[in-house]
Design a protein around this ligand. Structure first.
Ligand code: B12
Ligand code: SF4
Ligand code: SF4
Length: 325
């Protein structure tokens, strides 16, 4: 997320991002497939279908072409969706598309918060100014109370370093050990602070074909993920936002989930991963997961790998796992 920090000056005023910008047309798009996955994987709702970056950028270009055709004016426009250093929730709030709630999400009173935000930066003024939607969080604190990692450190303030979404999607290295148990079964992203929000109980799932749950995901489970080759990963998550973690990130998350669920049927897969996986990040998390199981088998597998392992990070995870047993 360094691009946000490195471009602070661009973030509040879109004119700094695209010289000549006079208006930000902010839009939201419902991504809610309406269900959690039927299988064993818990994937954030926004990632059940196709990669929104490509889909929404194309649709924004269509909107730009439509404005050009309607007005006849030679308008310049630039599309942006979760790709530019813009404060998108604040832009959307200023555009009257909802309020930023205590969980830091943009919420619309009818459409809830399962929405992407995107913008078209244009070089003309709009005559009408939008009317802002008043904040309706009131005395509710359901999102703050439900967050498993206490990442919402106070109303409207999120410590991203504790957020499961950050830990499972953006973080490239090892997940801090003390936070792993709180991830539960979440393999990619987290929706808890939205699922408990009363403003999402009214919202309708989307019919948009791009954001329906992919059929192939219902057959997946964390064990199957841990066995995935690079080729299988690339084809399964082609044109999906999930490929952002790369194979090693997703397999790291799968190992954490198996350590949390501690199903005996996962032992063989975790041992195979510890002994044969080429990515040290994944071996390290498999070691941690084995440390969560009781009994002599995981201990023997850890001890065996202690003699074979050469990577200092994995050795450290193995020692921690053996000590904690
Ligand atoms: C970084 C980031 C994350 C981080 C941090 C999240 C966060 N709450 O800041 C992580 C990885 C944790 C994350 C998680 C998620 N994210 Co995210 N994320 C972003 C991103 C790229 C930047 C957000 C940001 O700037 N954060 C930094 C902090 C400092 O900003 P801030 O808290 O808003 O505080 C600033 C403003 O409030 C501002 N401010 C205060 N008052 C005022 C007043 C005015 C007038 C103005 C202009 C500014 C202003 O000053 C503060 C300091 O800079 C945006 C896209 C974008 N470019 O905006 C998507 C975005 C916010 N994420 C999105 C989504 C969907 C998610 C997840 C739901 C994904 C998931 N299911 O796992 C979770 C939700 C977690 C949560 N509760 O927030 C959507 C939200 C859509 C919506 N309806 O709100 C966005 C908008 C992407 C998109 N284009 O659709 N995300
Ligand atoms: S997305 Fe999950 S971990 Fe992040 S703030 Fe919301 S409930 Fe907490
Ligand atoms: S759960 Fe309650 S406090 Fe949190 S965003 Fe929704 S309405 Fe606001």
């Amino acid at each position: 997320m360094g691009y946000l920090q490195n471009h602070q000056e661009l973030r509040v005023d879109a004119g700094n991002l695209e010289p000549g910008t006079k208006t930000v047309i902010a839009v939201t798009l419902n991504y809610d497939p309406g269900t959690k996955l039927a299988g064993e994987l818990v994937i954030a709702r926004y990632a059940h279908g196709d990669d929104y970056h490509d889909i929404i950028r194309d649709r924004l270009r269509e909107l730009g072409a439509f404005i050009h055709a309607e007005t006849g004016a030679d308008v310049a426009y630039r599309p942006a969706v979760d790709s530019a250093p813009l404060l998108e929730r604040d832009q959307a709030q200023l555009a009257g598309l909802g309020w930023v709630g205590k969980n830091t999400m943009l919420i619309h009173p009818d459409r809830g918060s399962y929405t992407f935000i995107a913008e078209l930066l244009v070089d003309f003024d709009l005559v009408e100014k939008p009317v802002e939607v008043p904040n309706r969080c009131g005395s509710c604190s359901a999102c703050i109370d439900a967050c498993p990692t206490n990442a919402i450190v106070g109303p409207y303030v999120l410590d991203a370093r504790r957020c499961i979404s950050y830990l499972t999607i953006e973080l490239r290295g090892p997940i801090p050990r003390h936070l792993r148990p709180m991830i539960g079964e979440r393999i990619f992203g987290c929706d808890i602070c939205q699922e408990v929000c009363p403003w999402n109980s009214k919202s309708e799932p989307t019919n948009d074909p791009a954001f329906q749950t992919r059929e192939s995901y219902t057959a997946l489970n964390p064990e199957a993920l841990l066995k995935m080759t690079q080729e299988e990963f690339s084809s399964t998550f082609r044109k999906s936002a999930i490929k952002r973690t790369k194979r090693r990130g997703l397999l790291r998350n799968a190992a954490v989930v198996l350590g949390n669920t501690r199903s005996d049927s996962a032992l063989d897969t975790l041992i195979q991963t510890l002994h044969h996986e080429s990515e040290s990040l994944v071996r390290g998390h498999a070691a941690w997961a084995l440390g969560q199981f009781a009994g002599p088998r995981p201990r023997a597998a850890l001890a065996e790998q202690l003699n074979r392992e050469s990577e200092p990070y994995v050795l450290e995870e193995i020692r921690y796992a053996l000590e904690s047993k």
